[in-house]
Design a protein around this ligand. Structure first.
Ligand code: NAD
Ligand code: UGA
Length: 314
């Protein structure tokens, strides 16, 4: 099949592109290499895909509707995976207008093109953050949603637009709520990378909120879940992709310390505005509909991440 991946040079996108290429698919990647973090690392992310004749890269902005339309018309993808977004929870408080523009208008541009060009299926990258400080855990897809950051609110708006396009035009859409994804090519702004980098360089790590925990999910498991969603024949679904095993920040740090064989200089800080206390995915629906089964335990996943981090330095 021919898959168009927006945000395909980013962390999740580049891992997905490599996996789709390995499975023999044709991949069209749209990414504007924005400066949210070092764009050189995005160039590295796609360096092996660039050597593959079944891979095409377009350095386009999803806000440029006409440019995007040209790519859709030229390639006529059967499946679209929409990952391009501004993805930081805490930074979204500083730049709410930018987050709204890219994550809401950008998603709408993709939906419009999927409608006009009769794309068979759209998979939309949503987020565990839409739950806010959810009262019940594990979080089920039908819980009431109360986002507490501009980022989370834009992701919920994206889900709402997906539902609208399914309702009005019969588009087949799967919204996946990813839970804090980590692993090789991980984003430098996220805790796993930040902690590793700081411990490695002997710098202080800041722990926001003593008791907070996250349902960290390994990138390989996410990629498998996304690929299963691409084959899913349902009309509209919202599905969690998590590990269903939340861990505390202190345990995460102890795992990184173990892999680096170095002690962290820890500094306790207050919890940050926009951050939820905990995330914990119920994956019953993913298991049932997608046959999803996360395989990589946090101890193994952190080992693989640190190995990648050190190899990048080498
Ligand atoms: P990322 O920042 O590494 O990837 C996003 C990519 O989109 C980047 O390469 C960026 O250059 C591109 N992009 C941003 N704005 C664009 C625009 N206007 N036009 C074209 N390209 C643009 O982030 P990621 O962690 O790989 O996240 C991918 C998606 O998954 C995002 O939608 C994010 O909200 C969602 N998500 C991520 C996580 C996670 O833990 N990483 C969890 C939940 C949801
Ligand atoms: C992550 C991603 O960044 C979002 O793109 C994604 O949508 C979201 O997961 C999700 O699950 O949907 P977040 O959970 O905030 O957001 O991920 P990290 O930035 O890795 O933070 C994880 C935890 O570490 C949070 O509790 C955060 O407060 C904490 N943290 C982070 C620190 O204590 N110190 C730091 O320096 C950085």
């Amino acid at each position: 099949m021919k898959v168009l991946v927006t945000g395909g040079a980013g962390f999740i996108g580049s891992n997905l592109c490599d996996s789709l290429l390995a499975d023999g698919h044709r991949v069209v990647c749209v990414d504007n290499f924005n400066s949210f973090y070092n764009s050189m690392s995005k160039e590295r992310n796609i360096s092996s895909a660039m050597k593959n004749s079944r891979f095409r890269l377009y350095r386009n902005d999803i806000l440029d509707y006409r440019g995007l339309e040209g790519v859709f018309r030229k390639h006529r993808p059967s499946i679209v995976m929409h990952l391009a977004a501004m993805a930081g929870v805490r930074p979204s408080i500083e730049r709410p207008l930018l987050y709204e523009e890219v994550n809401v208008r950008g998603a709408l541009n993709i939906l419009e093109l999927c409608r006009c060009l009769k794309v068979k299926r759209l998979v939309f990258a949503s987020s565990s953050s839409v739950y806010g400080n959810c009262r019940r855990a594990p979080f089920c897809e039908d819980e009431p949603l109360m986002p507490i950051s501009p980022y989370a609110a834009t992701k919920l708006a994206g889900e709402a637009l997906c539902h609208t396009y399914h309702h009005l035009y019969g588009l087949s859409i799967i919204c996946l709520r990813f839970f804090t994804v980590y692993g090789p090519r991980g984003r430098p702004d996220m805790a796993v990378y930040r902690f590793t980098d700081r411990i490695y360089n002997g710098r202080e790590v800041e722990l926001y909120g003593r008791g907070s925990s996250r349902d960290y999910t390994y990138i390989g498991d996410i990629v498998n879940g996304v690929k299963a969603a691409m084959k899913c024949k349902r009309g509209f679904e919202i599905i969690n992709l998590g590990n269903s095993n939340p861990i505390k920040l202190s345990y995460l740090i102890s795992l990184i310390e173990g892999c680096l064989k170095k002690k962290a200089k820890k500094k306790l800080a207050s919890s940050q505005p926009g951050d939820v206390m905990t995330t914990y995915a119920s994956i019953d629906k993913a298991r049932k509909i997608l046959g999803y089964k996360p395989r990589v335990k946090i101890e193994e996943g952190i080992r693989l991440f640190v190995e990648w981090y050190l190899s990048e330095r080498g």
